[in-house]
Design a protein around this ligand. Structure first.
Ligand code: KG4
Ligand code: ZN
Length: 341
């Protein structure tokens, strides 16, 4: 049994916005007592991406087991839980609905308060778990399969988006390029490992700038450049060095993300910079940020890969600060697929 003090705040967190069914118990916003993830990746791989209908059905099948496991691993019961935090957007509507309905049902049956959490707020809050000293304000780059946002974290749960992608998210570009060079889904980790064998300077892929907002990103031109390069090789009958393509593409994404982010950090006078989201587990991106932040005297924070990709512990960390701010949702809480931060 977990040793608890009366003043401890325990959050039971649920995440089901995409293809991971996850539950976690988090103590006082920073200490993960359990972290259970049932990943559906293998189910979706044969289709080359997430199939929403399959994701929803699998969430329904797994969610009770995952929650029971999270409580058991933490050595606590529902009577120890202070609040239930659940991702209610953005994400796939059918997938989100499973988590939201489950959280509402537990809350209704037990009277435990319900706290809806924004998925991006969760990704950002993943940084609180392993960096107990990290407190806002700081600047955070959130780069995942669905989002590429540069966020000014003014305070806990208070965000200003200062830059965003105009087209594809960074993770989406990784997934599409991986598919084009025959690596399969999800592309990010596969490109990351193949790139280790390639030359990042072999192919000069473009680094796009967006004229109207210097902090915005664009990845569709880069993606098209990779596809054009592959087509022209095929037409000329030249063999493609896939490791060079992976390394050169990864370098282009890394350059764009680091340049824009650090330009923003310097212009806004931020002394602390964090990264979050699935793409934040990319080894080249982490290394580049580490070097560039160190060169500018900016403190750099990043979560372990496990807390970069979707998980419920990050929702528990975000949910704790929402609860402390007095956020409490009613049973009319609904899934909001395009929820704004
Ligand atoms: O945060 P996440 O799990 O889900 C969303 O909220 O979208 O991010 C998943 C994305 C996928 O596009 C995946 O290819 C990418 O993160 N990803 C990576 C790496 N690991 C995951 N991209 C680059 N390098 C990685 N090592
Ligand atoms: Zn995510």
């Amino acid at each position: 049994m977990e040793q608890l003090n009366r003043e401890d705040t325990l959050i039971l967190a649920i995440e089901s916005s995409c293809d991971e069914t996850a539950a976690s118990v988090v103590k006082n916003g920073r200490e993960v007592l359990s972290d259970v993830i049932y990943t559906q990746i293998a189910l979706h791989t044969r289709f080359g991406g997430v199939v929403p209908e399959i994701a929803s059905r699998k969430h329904i099948e797994k969610i009770n087991q995952v929650i029971e496991q999270a409580l058991e691993d933490a050595g606590v019961g529902l009577s120890d839980i202070t609040a239930i935090a659940v991702t209610y957007g953005p994400g796939l509507v059918g997938a989100l609905l499973v988590g939201v309905a489950e959280a509402k049902a537990i809350s209704f049956a037990t009277g435990i308060p319900l706290v809806g959490v924004h998925h991006i707020s969760g990704h950002i809050s993943a940084n609180y778990i392993e960096h107990r000293e990290l407190e806002p304000p700081f600047l955070c780059l959130v780069a995942s399969g669905g989002h590429s946002h540069l966020v000014n974290v003014r305070d806990y749960g208070e965000y200003d988006i200062i830059g965003r992608t105009r087209d594809d998210a960074a993770g989406e570009a990784f997934d599409k390029v991986a598919r084009a060079i025959g690596l399969g889904y999800p592309g990010g980790p596969k490109i990351d490992s193949l790139a280790r064998e390639g030359n990042p300077d072999a192919i000069p892929f473009p680094r796009a700038k967006v004229a109207e907002n210097e902090y915005d990103f664009s990845f569709s031109g880069l993606k098209s450049a990779v596809l054009n390069y592959l087509n022209s090789c095929q037409m000329k009958g030249e063999e493609v060095n896939r490791a060079d393509v992976a390394a050169s593409f990864q370098k282009a994404v890394t350059d764009v993300l680091t340049e824009h982010s650090l330009h923003a950090a310097e212009s806004l006078g931020c002394r602390k910079f964090a990264i979050a989201g699935g793409v934040a587990s990319n080894s080249s991106l982490r290394r580049a940020f580490e070097q560039e932040c160190a060169a500018r005297g900016i403190e750099f924070f990043y979560p372990s890969p496990r807390y970069c990709t979707d998980n419920a512990a990050m929702i528990g960390a975000a949910g704790y600060y929402e609860y402390k701010r007095g956020v409490c949702h009613g049973y009319d809480l609904n899934a909001v697929p395009n929820l704004k931060l």
